[in-house]
Design a protein around this ligand. Structure first.
Ligand SMILES: Cc1cc2nc3c(=O)[nH]c(=O)nc-3n(C[C@H](O)[C@H](O)[C@H](O)COP(=O)(O)OP(=O)(O)OC[C@H]3O[C@@H](n4cnc5c(N)ncnc54)[C@H](O)[C@@H]3O)c2cc1C
Length: 451
């Protein structure tokens, strides 16, 4: 009687924790969603860098149990490349080594923020105002604004700041000054260490759920929802379709996609969902015939000379992900969902940018190259989202639809959060009485043609 749509981490975790009948479908032919790996010419690539950071002890314990002995802990080696200089991440406490006038701008700007009073609760502040108020003009100018505008593809005063506090903590003045002088006495940021599978890429994580979630209906796409009668139509294969009756439906697909599939929601909800914005990302995976093109784990690129905002080096945290004597890279380029670039152009721009940054040499041979477009990558925390999202989620809940996961809740969250949301929801559903405890979902009918 519970239908779960999507077998990414949120859907897998829901099914894993449910102790009552469920029916789970996945549009693709394998589970994992964004958290997947694939092979090209001897290299194993994730969709793009997917590293495990934990803030919730119970999810860490769960994942460590699922992947017992298969995870390795790494101390982050992440850097920012600007002014042809590498500085350690996070920028605000590591300006040592940048041109003196840049360091001065950053220090004076930060010190000026200490005299300011807080402009109000974060939800009332734009992201740009938050940056200026908390980090100051220098750090804004030399990193935070150009980097984030490259990532989010919109002016930062269009974004809210309610999501930034755990990602970008405001440093203490002592740390900013130490960072400008090159004195290191502690680790910063939400991810000073991370875990990653020793072998096989991040794919190991969704695969670890599968023995307890055996009956996923692959190649099965939710295409229509009659929310009044609680009926879901799914498309199976080329022409087949199936109508399922459910009591509760757990959706982990992007909210706008879900709402478009509902036949009977009020107009204001449908219009509100259409107005939700996100950016897409070209995930560019490369295998190159040279060992250890760098020692770093990943690098941020704030400057417009480089089309990508981040590049990472998977073989530096899991050497088995490629052939001996080679290096692998993931490179991420944000773009508006409607602005599509030819894959060859993407590759050309990436190669040129990596050469400009001295990561690639002109004679480096690229053995493997794969460009994938992640249509829903980063949701925009804009004022429209803040205004309409609670009403959309509430309307869905009223109709027995629980929308969870990164794109189901339309938020900026991690693998840990997707797993945590699935667990929490399953526990909540486990505690509810079943109205029709007969089967996972009643199949009302099958049709030969698409609905
Ligand atoms: C560029 C980038 C980098 C990231 N890096 C990290 C990182 O380093 N660490 C980290 O913790 N997190 C990272 N994340 C976030 C992480 O990928 C997500 O939080 C997590 O994978 C979300 O899982 P999910 O199940 O919510 O969604 P998804 O993985 O999107 O799963 C949704 C599933 O639903 C299926 N589906 C869609 N439509 C339908 C339909 N109509 N019918 C049936 N099935 C359907 C999809 O095929 C998919 O399998 C990153 C994300 C991005 C975009």
């Amino acid at each position: 009687m519970i239908v779960v749509v999507g077998a990414g981490l949120a859907g897998l975790s829901t099914a894993y924790h449910l102790n009552r009948p469920y029916w789970i479908c996945e549009r693709d032919l394998e589970a994992g969603g964004l958290c997947r790996s694939y092979e090209v010419k001897g290299f194993t690539f994730d969709m793009t860098g997917h590293l495990l950071h934990f803030r919730q002890a119970e999810i860490k314990t769960l994942v460590e149990g699922l992947l017992e002995g298969k995870l390795e802990r790494h101390v982050r080696r992440s850097f920012i490349y600007s002014h042809r200089t590498y500085t350690e991440y996070p920028f605000q406490v590591n300006t040592y080594g940048l041109p003196p006038e840049v360091v001065r701008d950053c220090l004076l700007g930060f010190i000026a923020t200490l005299a300011k009073t807080q402009a109000g609760p974060p939800q009332n502040q734009s992201f740009k105002a938050w940056i200026l108020d908390n980090l100051g003009e220098g750090i804004a100018k030399h990193f935070m604004v150009p980097f984030n505008e490259k990532l989010w593809q919109v002016p930062l005063d269009e974004l809210t700041s309610d999501w930034v506090s755990w990602l970008i903590p405001k440093p203490e003045v002592k740390d900013v000054i130490n960072g400008a002088l090159g004195i290191k006495d502690k680790a910063f940021g939400y991810n000073p260490t991370f875990l990653y599978p020793k072998r096989g890429g991040i794919d190991a994580l969704p695969k670890a759920f599968l023995p307890r979630v055996p009956d996923i209906q692959y190649g099965t796409e939710l295409v229509e929802l009659d929310t009044q009668r609680r009926r879901a139509t799914v498309r199976t294969g080329q022409n087949g379709s199936q109508v399922l009756e459910y009591e509760q439906l757990v959706s982990t697909i992007p909210i706008p996609e879900l709402i478009r599939r509902c036949t009977d929601l009020p107009k204001d909800i449908r219009e509100a969902a259409e107005g939700l914005r996100c950016v897409s990302v070209y995930s560019v995976n490369l295998g190159v015939a040279r060992e250890r093109v760098t020692d770093m784990h990943w690098i941020y690129f704030p400057e417009p000379d480089y089309p990508f905002y981040r590049a990472g080096f998977p073989m530096n945290f899991s050497p088995g992900l490629g052939p001996a004597g080679c290096s692998s890279l993931y490179v991420e380029i944000s773009h508006q969902p409607t602005e599509i670039m030819a894959k060859d152009d993407v590759l050309e721009r990436v190669r040129a940018g990596l050469e400009r940054a001295d990561i690639f040499r002109a004679k480096d041979e690229i053995i493997a190259a794969e460009v994938r477009d992640i249509r829903y990558a980063y949701v925009l925390f804009d004022r429209h989202r803040a205004r309409v999202l609670p009403a959309i989620l509430l309307e869905l809940e009223r109709r027995g639809i629980h929308s969870i996961g990164r794109y189901g809740r339309w938020e900026h969250t991690s693998m840990e959060d997707a797993i945590g949301q699935g667990k929490k929801l399953a526990e909540q559903l486990n505690g509810q009485a079943l109205v029709h405890p007969r089967s996972a979902a009643s199949v009302l009918g099958r049709a030969g043609a698409n609905p």
